[in-house]
Design a protein around this ligand. Structure first.
Ligand code: NAD
Length: 382
């Protein structure tokens, strides 16, 4: 069988797991690892029996790989991706594709120019519950959406934040819960409900000793005048993830592992206008949608799809350009929170670049760092 030759750049917690997937999949072959930290690169290279590099440019130019997986801290995703595209390589970038919309634009532009495959590690798109929810939304079964809700609870300890000098700093990461934990959910939320036109957000650092946000509450406005609400935090030990989308024809609720579709007997607006009884109600049927699927899911499903897209033209599960949506949403929340104003999407590139420069300047080296490069074991399974 043909195999796609892949190099992994950034072989910390997540990158190491990707190396294992690349070694194990029948469509892929690991040809190099690259990490800015020589000890990490050398150890991984020797352990996996592949060449190692400390300079990603040298790795990309080595001619060993046809494609790269980028698993460095987020700030480096765009520059590495652009360099890879310019040198004729296909790219699978970790999420978020970029910290800033202006950098995401550059990546997308470079991908288009190169004609190479560009995809993103949004592995939750391979989960049957979300595949089904996206299918229902796309089928038009909801009708015009007029309200969305997304409550995305996370829990992170101070020890987690202390595990890397780059984590939870403006300079090293460019944000907190929004840029690190939330991109997967925001990607799914906007795939199903669309991207808001305007966001007014409150962001704050509530319980951790970090300089970026660990709690966000946002009011959303959509192009059609509909409203939505979004909440995320790393101070919430109890889940589950909750999303709802009320349309004119029905309502979709995702709560943990359960997907429920409520189908209205009559369109909502029509019913409100026409039902004559003072205490009239709108009848609906409730269907708990059974999710049965044996398809491969998680990180390795995205890597396999990346390889198969290059080798056989398989349709991408996540098109690289779609990575912009979550970055727009995240940047709008951070800008709104910092400036205490509503922010329009598309986010003003110059204004956001300027804000990030100011925030990076204010960034201070962390007082406590106890380096650990281990990815979340429960999340890695998904
Ligand atoms: N999709 C997921 O489920 C998931 C889960 C965890 C992390 N991630 C993403 O993976 C990325 C890395 O996170 P992590 O938790 O593995 O971090 P980590 O700190 O464990 O590993 C990052 C590695 O990148 C290396 N590095 C830093 N700058 C580099 C550069 N310029 N060139 C090459 N190597 C460089 C570091 O030395 C380190 O070994 C982040 O963007 C994060 O959002 C995704």
């Amino acid at each position: 069988m043909k195999k796609l030759k892949i190099g992994v750049i950034g072989v910390g917690g997540m990158g190491s797991a990707h190396c294992n997937s690349v070694k194990n999949l029948e469509e892929t072959e690991l040809v190099f690892v690259s990490d800015i930290d020589e000890n990490v690169a050398k150890k991984k290279g020797e352990e996996l029996g592949v060449k190692y590099f400390t300079d990603y440019k040298e790795a990309i130019k080595s001619g060993l790989a046809e494609g790269v997986i980028i698993a460095t801290p987020h700030w480096f995703h765009p520059e590495i991706a652009v360099f890879a595209f310019e040198n004729g390589l296909h790219v699978l970038s970790e999420k978020p594709i970029a910290v800033k919309v202006s950098d995401a634009d550059k990546m997308i532009e470079a991908a288009k120019k190169s004609g190479k495959i560009f995809t993103i590690m949004f592995q939750r798109r391979t989960e049957p519950i979300f595949m089904k929810a996206i299918e229902i939304a796309k089928s038009g079964a909801l009708g015009e959406i007029h309200k969305t809700v997304c409550i995305d609870p996370w829990y992170r300890t101070q020890a987690y934040y202390n595990s890397g000098g780059w984590r939870a700093t403006w300079k090293g990461e460019g944000g907190g819960v929004l840029i690190n934990q939330a991109p997967h959910t925001i990607d799914l939320f906007t795939c199903i409900g669309g991207l808001p036109k305007k966001i007014y957000a409150k962001t704050r650092t509530k319980m951790h000793d970090i300089e970026v946000e660990d709690e966000v509450s946002a009011f959303l406005e959509y192009e059609n005048g509909s409203w939505g609400y979004y909440y995320t935090s790393t101070c919430e030990p109890v889940g589950p993830l909750h999303m709802e989308f009320t349309g004119n024809k029905g309502k979709l609720v995702i709560r943990g592992d359960t997907l429920t579709f409520y189908s209205f007997e009559y369109p909502l607006k029509e019913s409100i206008e026409k039902v004559e009884s003072m205490w009239g109600s709108l009848k609906y049927t409730e269907e708990k949608i059974e999710i049965t699927s044996n398809i491969q899911r998680g990180h390795s499903a995205i890597i396999r799809n990346f390889a198969r897209a290059v080798l056989y033209g398989e349709k991408l599960i996540v098109n690289g350009e779609e990575g912009l949506n979550s970055v727009e949403f995240i940047n709008a929340c951070i800008l709104s929170g910092k400036k205490d104003k509503s922010v329009e999407i598309p986010v003003d590139r110059k204004e956001y670049d300027q804000l990030m420069e100011e925030l990076k300047k204010s960034s201070k080296p962390k007082k406590v760092v106890k380096e650990e490069r281990i990815t979340d074991p429960s999340f890695a399974k998904k």
